[in-house]
Design a binder for this molecule. Structure first.
Ligand code: PEP
Length: 243
């Protein structure tokens, strides 16, 4: 039997209170069917009330600031997320790199802050379509990893391989393409620090309740980061049921 995988729901900027509550209630009602581990990353405004009400669900944030307190209008720190029972933080999602101009030195500080606070970072990396066409996927990943991942860390991190061209497009790499990339990522991070040997490397980009079946069969894909389909509770549950 395959081991349980990690499924991360990235709700992005979607759902108000009632929809979020209904979604989580349904997850709890169907808990006996669920075979994989999962994390829900709602908009920050919803985390506290969901985490208080649904103690058996793990919640994550979609972003954080690198400092704990200070003059950063509109930002949310890891200490604040920890204070509302958030356990995971997505760092470096391509939408934040694009719309908020997040660069590698900023992401390095965010990763350090998440790790220092004992939360689990889900660090997103991946190439755009131009780099893919030029055959530069590995170069992009090497730069994204070696310039950001802390060298002397002994705590766990999670890496999400999210090719930008696959996010929200309906396009995905093949299972064997993802496997090759995941093995490459594992090789790079293990060179950075041998304690990253057991790091979970998950895949994200246009995952749905159908293609997830093949992704989850692979022993080199440790889980999935799901955007659009994580807003459809029945389809999301069918990904959670799949082993
Ligand atoms: C994402 O944004 O992380 C993502 C994987 O989105 P989607 O599943 O909608 O492609």
């Amino acid at each position: 039997m395959n081991k349980a995988k990690l499924i991360v729901a990235n709700w992005k900027m979607n759902f108000l209170n009632q929809e979020a509550l209904n979604f989580c209630k349904k997850l709890i009602q169907k808990r006996k069917l669920i075979k994989n581990k999962y994390v829900i990353c709602p908009p920050t405004t919803l985390i506290q009330q969901l985490a208080l009400k649904f103690k058996n669900i793990s919640f994550g944030s979609q972003d954080c600031h690198y400092d704990n307190f200070g003059p950063y209008t509109g930002d949310i720190s890891v200490e604040m997320l920890k204070n509302i029972n958030c356990k995971y933080v997505i760092v470096g999602h391509s939408e934040r790199r694009k719309h908020h101009f997040e660069n590698q030195s900023l992401l390095k500080r965010k990763l350090e802050s998440v790790i220092k606070s004992n939360l689990l970072p889900i660090y997103c990396v991946g190439e755009d379509i131009k780099d893919k066409r030029k055959g530069k996927t590995n170069n992009v990943l090497l730069s994204q990893l070696k310039n950001t991942i802390p060298k002397s860390n002994k705590k766990k991190i999670i890496i999400a391989y999210e090719p930008i061209w696959a996010i929200g497009t309906g396009l995905t790499p093949t299972v064997s393409e993802i496997e090759k990339v995941n093995l490459y990522i594992k090789k790079i991070i293990t060179k950075i620090n041998s304690s990253y040997k057991k790091t979970l490397i998950i895949y994200g980009g246009s995952v749905n309740n159908k293609n997830s079946v093949n992704f989850l069969k692979s022993e080199f894909i440790d889980g999935l980061l799901v955007g659009g389909t994580s807003l459809k509770v029945d389809k999301f549950i069918s990904i959670l049921n799949c082993k």
